[in-house]
Design a protein around this ligand. Structure first.
Ligand code: TRP
Length: 335
């Protein structure tokens, strides 16, 4: 139990884009090879259900995200890679935790408060279209984390509050029933650049400015050609630090490549040429993985098998641990 346990979930909504790759997938895939940690990576489909109630989209997104992680070389021998809904201990723990979680704590969740505020601003009933799923989201997330006694949880800044809630929930439970849970910590990777999207704002589904990770080569090139730049002519010096294109290049480049490109900007490289070089750099990094991705997508049985194996390993920890948790709460056999 002394090794650190790293755990993170990926909500299965949408198609993976370059921002997901740089900010989350790539660092996690690299970390999955580290023998000094236990790692758990999972597809958070019960979380996705809060936002995505289209069954076909749910399946498609789960397929694409699973294929992405496998194609990029996740070490599934070492890391435990599973789908949340294949581990029934998680929703069971969610209920147990729900019963000792203060409603007032959930009232303070940013995502829930934002939804209420939007309703108020629109002159609607404050509860309009707000489900219990949205409200209880942080408890499910706490269960994901506590179920495996995770110590380190890599997340984006927007999830830090959820981690604080998970800590609160764990402490309250431990205080009442005994020290069952380790207290998890958020790991916010500040040095991993937030990738800008085509319009220069953070690359995000909600801004509709993403570049999908697995575009075919030609379309990837086109998408990169469409990244917004300014109207400086070839030969005019360009400021790398104000350029979304440069940030995107930098996220894929080695330190030397980055320094060379910085110099090229200052020396007035043409935007078209900078874009072409950005395309080539990204395409070279993805080309082999893209082939593996296509092959995996064409063989969902293979992906399913990997997920089933992962679920089995996840449950080999979760089942006995949940038994102890139930025992501690008095949910136990009479004789
Ligand atoms: N809520 C997280 C997100 O939207 C995804 C997630 C679900 C998660 N369960 C988790 C992340 C547990 C870390 C740990 O990004």
């Amino acid at each position: 139990m002394s090794k650190p346990t790293v755990l993170t979930g990926i909500t299965t909504t949408g198609t993976p884009h370059l921002g997901n790759y740089v900010g989350a997938i790539k660092p996690c895939v690299q970390a999955s090879h580290d023998e000094n940690v236990n790692s758990y990576y999972f597809l958070a489909d019960y979380h996705a259900l809060v936002k995505n109630q289209d069954p076909e989209r749910m399946r498609q997104s789960t397929l694409e995200i699973a294929a992405t992680w496998l194609a990029l070389g996740l070490d599934t021998k070492r890391a435990v890679f599973y789908r949340q809904s294949d581990v029934p201990e998680i929703p069971e723990l969610t209920w147990i935790l729900t019963c000792s979680t203060a409603k007032g704590l959930m009232n303070r969740a940013h995502a829930y408060k934002a939804a209420v505020q939007e309703n108020v601003d629109a002159g609607e009933d404050p509860d309009y279209a707000i489900t219990m799923g949205l409200f209880s989201y942080p408890v499910l997330m706490a269960a994901d984390i506590l179920m495996f006694n995770a110590t380190h949880v890599p997340v984006g800044k927007d999830q830090v509050q959820h981690l604080e809630m998970a800590r609160d929930i764990a402490q309250r439970f431990n205080h009442h029933y005994g020290e069952l849970f380790r207290i998890p910590e958020a790991v916010v990777e500040d040095h991993v650049a937030v990738l800008p999207g085509k319009d220069g704002r953070k690359m995000s589904k909600s801004y509709n400015n993403t570049i999908p990770l697995w575009l075919p080569e030609k379309q990837l090139r086109k998408a990169i050609m469409r990244i917004v730049t300014n109207s400086l002519e070839p030969g005019e010096p360009k400021a790398p630090d104000d350029s979304a294109l440069f940030s995107i290049f930098a996220a894929f480049a080695s330190p030397e490549q980055r320094a060379d490109m910085r110099k090229a900007y200052q020396e007035g490289i043409a935007w078209g040429q900078a874009k072409q070089q950005t395309f080539e750099l990204i395409n070279d990094e993805l080309i082999l993985a893209r082939e593996r991705y296509e092959a995996l997508i064409a063989e969902p049985e293979h992906i399913e098998q990997a997920l089933q194996d992962g679920a089995e390993r996840a449950r080999s920890f979760a089942t006995p641990f949940l038994a102890r948790i139930r025992e501690a709460t008095g949910i136990r056999k009479l004789a």
